[in-house]
Design a protein around this ligand. Structure first.
Ligand SMILES: Nc1ncnc2c1ncn2[C@@H]1O[C@H](COP(=O)(O)OP(=O)(O)OP(=O)(O)O)[C@@H](O)[C@H]1O
Length: 305
């Protein structure tokens, strides 16, 4: 695989006016993405993912720092059709059919992908004769995907592409995307779903408050964010509670006790083998919770340094 950098961000910052002050949406990001990589951009609401994507697409300029796309400026790369985006929003004409929409946009490009090929690759061929107005949200997303493919882009950027899709539509969507990745396209997608990152991206970039909190192989990033909730029925003594390791938080709900932990395996092993706790349940924490945990850990680490 060619591993030349296709996107390079250096010291990128962007803020917006907010209530008399300014909010730092992206606050000093360095990021290099190589050809053929599939990268998930993760982060809670307001982390700065969309602002970062907008700068890669030349929709917003950084206040400081540089963004290089395919050896040129984002705008030039977009104009040349070498980078394409599937954004959450974007007007579609309701009265056209799906195929008519693809045909119309294809006619605006110099050397577009064939209409049927784009419909096939995006999974929109099955409903190509349907009017846009009667397409579901997921189908409209596939149509946007078909449009994004028309310039045969080397890089595809997707901002929460499966928002509003049900589980089946989401699976089908990622199947189509996988073929594209297998063919060597570079793909960057923002998502709130950690599972999507795990299933589809080898690399994950975790953002919070405008900065990159973690960047590496998805399973490693997942482990770092892998907080879970362990719940048991148990009446521990104070000494037993003090003995517990890997516990970040304890809450009592009647006879049940809920622990937040960064190592559910060790904690459950201890509880089941060394105590009389029973009725044990383990639930992965939400991504937002994982982020709060990681942010707190990072703040502690910085404070201690
Ligand atoms: N045009 C704007 N004007 C003012 N503030 C903005 C603007 N765009 C983004 N922001 C602020 O910048 C911060 C980062 O927003 P951004 O949309 O990039 O985050 P995000 O990670 O994409 O969030 P989400 O997952 O909710 O889409 C937020 O505090 C947001 O309110």
């Amino acid at each position: 695989m060619d591993t030349a950098p296709v996107i390079t961000l250096s010291g990128v910052r962007r803020s917006f006016p907010s209530g008399g002050g300014r909010v730092r949406a992206v606050d000093g990001v360095d990021l290099t993405i190589s050809s053929g990589e599939v990268v998930a951009l993760l982060g809670p609401n307001g982390a700065g993912k969309t602002t970062l994507i907008d700068m890669i697409l030349g929709l917003t300029a950084p206040e400081s720092g540089t963004v290089d796309v395919l050896g040129t400026s984002p705008r030039k790369a977009v104009t040349a059709g070498r980078i394409s985006a599937l954004l959450q929003t974007g007007g579609l004409l309701p009265d056209l059919t799906v195929r008519e929409t693809v045909r119309m946009i294809a006619s605006l490009h110099r050397d577009p992908l064939g209409v049927e090929e784009a419909l096939e690759a995006s999974g929109a061929a099955d409903f190509a004769s349907r009017r846009v107005s009667s397409c579901s949200g997921g189908q409209q997303q596939r149509l946007r995907f078909a449009l994004a493919l028309l310039t045969r882009p080397e890089i595809l950027i997707l901002d929460e592409p499966t928002a509003g899709m049900d589980v089946n539509a989401r699976r089908d969507f990622w199947d189509s995307m996988r073929s594209l990745a297998d063919a060597g396209s570079t793909i960057i997608f923002a998502t709130h779903y950690l599972e999507e990152a795990e299933q589809f991206a080898r690399r994950a970039v975790l953002m919070n408050a405008g900065t990159v909190l973690a960047d590496g192989p998805t399973d490693e990033v997942r482990k770092r964010a892998g907080v879970a909730r362990v719940t048991v029925t148990w009446s521990p003594t104070d000494a037993e509670l003090v003995e517990l390791e890997h516990v970040a938080d304890i809450q009592r709900h009647g006879p049940r006790i809920e622990f937040r932990t960064d190592d559910a395996d060790s904690l459950t092993r201890h509880l089941l083998s060394r105590t009389d706790a029973h009725g044990l349940e383990v639930a992965p924490a939400s991504l937002d919770e994982a982020f709060r945990y990681l942010t707190a850990a990072e703040t502690e680490r910085t404070a201690a340094a």
